[in-house]
Design a protein around this ligand. Sequence first.
Ligand SMILES: [Mg+2]
Length: 350
Amino acid sequence: MKITGCETHAVTVNFEGVMSGTHVVLRLKTDQGIEGIAYVSRVGPRNIRAMALVMEAMVESLAGLDPTNTEEIYRKIFGSSLGAPVSGLELRAASAIDVACWDLKGKAVGQPVWKLMGGFRDRLPISANWALMPGPPKDKLQAHLENLVSRGFKAVKCPLGFATMDAAIDHVKFVRAVVGPDVKIIVDLNFQHTVKSALHFARETEEVDLYWIEDPVAFHDYDGMAEVRANTKQTITCGEVFQFQHEFKWLLEKRGCDNVMIDQDLGLTGFLKVAHMAQAYGCPVVNHLAPEALSHPIAAVPNGLIVGLVPWGQPLFTEQMQVEDGNLVMSHAPGLGLTLDEDMLKKCAI
Ligand SMILES: [Mg+2]
């Protein structure tokens, strides 16, 4: 199989009227008529065109190469001509191409990516990560939580970094009262605390039994993360903004967290490398965004903990992620098991 080119689509889609996202979708074309799919999010509106152009130029440089040789492609696109790693839009484009190559590899051999990567399990816990911040009236929040539980979710995530301390503590107590003792509650502090205020929050919410506290302090403060982790009984999760393997190495060596959160920016190839590195430190791994792609390496490895469902990419695809009794049911379809919704791509093009 050889790479022949690509198509990109810039779209803004909305999930159930509560969460919208702007994405650049990549379709990586081959001489065998099959295509690999990926999307990147978190690109500012002014940079959407640039993102697509960088992707297209990078794919052009890969013409004629076999996309199923994922390590060969990974080395070419994540390394610059000077041997240093790429960064910025180039790195984000490289991550999408890597995801699309894995999709093609699965399609080429008729196997799902999670199975090719190790196939540890085909059902794994999933959390609902949308519309759970403080602010809306409590009855609205209660109705949303009850709806999530009725849809089979047994874990929810609340972003609380921008709430006051009192509002954040009150929020998790309210969520616990609504969902009862059997639903996991995850709290994201979004890098907004000092070590002292993070530890205060951790102490005040011990009785709520949180599943984890995420990003308590600044993302570059490895010592601060380690200090928080060492001084609370609660579980700490960090890593979502890291784009390079060495940052995870520093995080793990510092014992900065209990769970490692990995973004799609590392590509699926890089995700897998970090997941194996974390296993050596006894740390479970979870995804940051892009659940359609990142659920695959989490399902593949024994230290994959739970998939976080941020659903803003779901409208791009004709099939939705299947949740049953708190678990994500992985598709057995080849590749990532995704089919682009052609009408949606046209209707929501920007
Ligand atoms: Mg987060």
